[in-house]
Ligand binder design. Structure first.
Ligand code: NAP
Length: 278
């Protein structure tokens, strides 16, 4: 689906909106790369779509479940909407097939689809545990395994996975979510060994709290006074940096990487401070 962006005649909305490229200003199609973005119907994924579209260097394949929201993002970013539920291997397989049928190749994958859960771990149902693991872990691993072979055979590709600082440190009230996001860290670290010499680069972006509908979608608001949620555009900028540069891991904001050093050197002190300050 390739359509023109909607008319922009509201100066206030225009000032707030992410920049939108015009088709005429974009480089020739043959010089653009194909990126598949999951989670593109909302929050970070939608912001990544806006940013990459504005750069004019990418053709966007956009995945989410909500067809209305996904279609709106696709319309303003010249993207193709490929709605699919990724909670099963079959959904991941069908998305990959749709992407390769549409564009013939996928040069980059931004895996941003994900969901949260907050509360006492013992209050979680088996179904909610399975849903988190299926979307936050299995879907990422399945998509990488489905998309990687055609990248390796071309000798180039970019994989950008959206983890979370919660997966690095752990946090009270988000044990299962932390486990799912934490799983991506050794996955990325290990897979990088296999990718050496293939021309495929894998980056992990680890955001702290981000101002998106994530908290509304999980059904529990963000209640901490600190750290403050950052705009999704900050994460989108990190994703673009990962796609174009060579960094293996980017924490957003960068200072949230500092507690990791304390946790590594003095885990007991880290736990005491985390218990005290949340
Ligand atoms: N917001 C934060 O504070 C924060 C911090 C660190 C990391 N992250 C991570 O960043 C990523 C994006 O989060 P966000 O803040 O942008 O949240 P969001 O606004 O809730 O967006 C989540 C996206 O994931 C998609 N998704 C959820 N379940 C899916 C499924 N079964 N199949 C396909 N797509 C599915 C949603 O699609 P539909 O809405 O169309 O269903 C939506 O596009 C997630 O992996 C999240 O864990 C977020």
């Amino acid at each position: 689906m390739r359509s023109s962006p909607p008319p922009r005649n509201n100066p206030v909305a225009e000032a707030d909106a992410a920049p939108v490229a015009t088709e005429a200003a974009r480089p020739a199609r043959s010089r653009r790369q194909v990126v598949l973005i999951t989670g593109a119907s909302s929050g970070i994924g939608a912001e990544v779509a806006s940013r990459l579209s504005a750069s004019g260097r990418w053709d966007l394949l956009l995945n989410g479940r909500d067809e209305g929201r996904l279609g709106a993002v696709a319309a303003r970013t010249f993207g193709a909407a490929l709605p699919m539920d990724l909670a099963s291997h079959e959904g991941c397989r069908r998305l990959t097939e749709a992407a390769l049928t549409h564009s013939g190749r996928v040069d980059a994958l931004v895996a941003a689809a994900g969901l949260g859960w907050a509360g006492a771990y013992t209050d979680m149902t088996p179904a909610s545990v399975n849903r988190l693991v299926n979307v936050n872990v299995c879907a990422v691993l399945h998509l990488v395994s489905l998309i990687l072979p055609q990248m390796i055979s071309r000798g180039s590709g970019r994989l950008v996975l959206i983890g979370s600082v919660v997966g690095r440190y752990g946090v009270r009230g988000e044990a299962a979510y932390a486990a799912t996001k934490g799983a991506l860290i050794p996955f990325a670290e290990s897979l990088r060994y296999e990718l050496q010499g293939t021309g495929v680069h894998l980056s992990l972006v680890l955001p702290g709290p981000v101002d998106t509908a994530f908290f509304a979608h999980r059904g529990t608001p963000y209640k901490r006074s600190w750290p403050r949620p950052v705009p999704a555009g900050r994460v989108a900028a990190a994703v673009e940096e990962a796609l174009t540069g060579g960094r293996d891991e980017i924490t957003v904001p960068a200072w949230l990487g500092i507690p990791g050093r304390l946790q590594g050197m003095a885990p007991h002190l880290f736990r005491t401070l985390a218990t005290r300050f949340g």
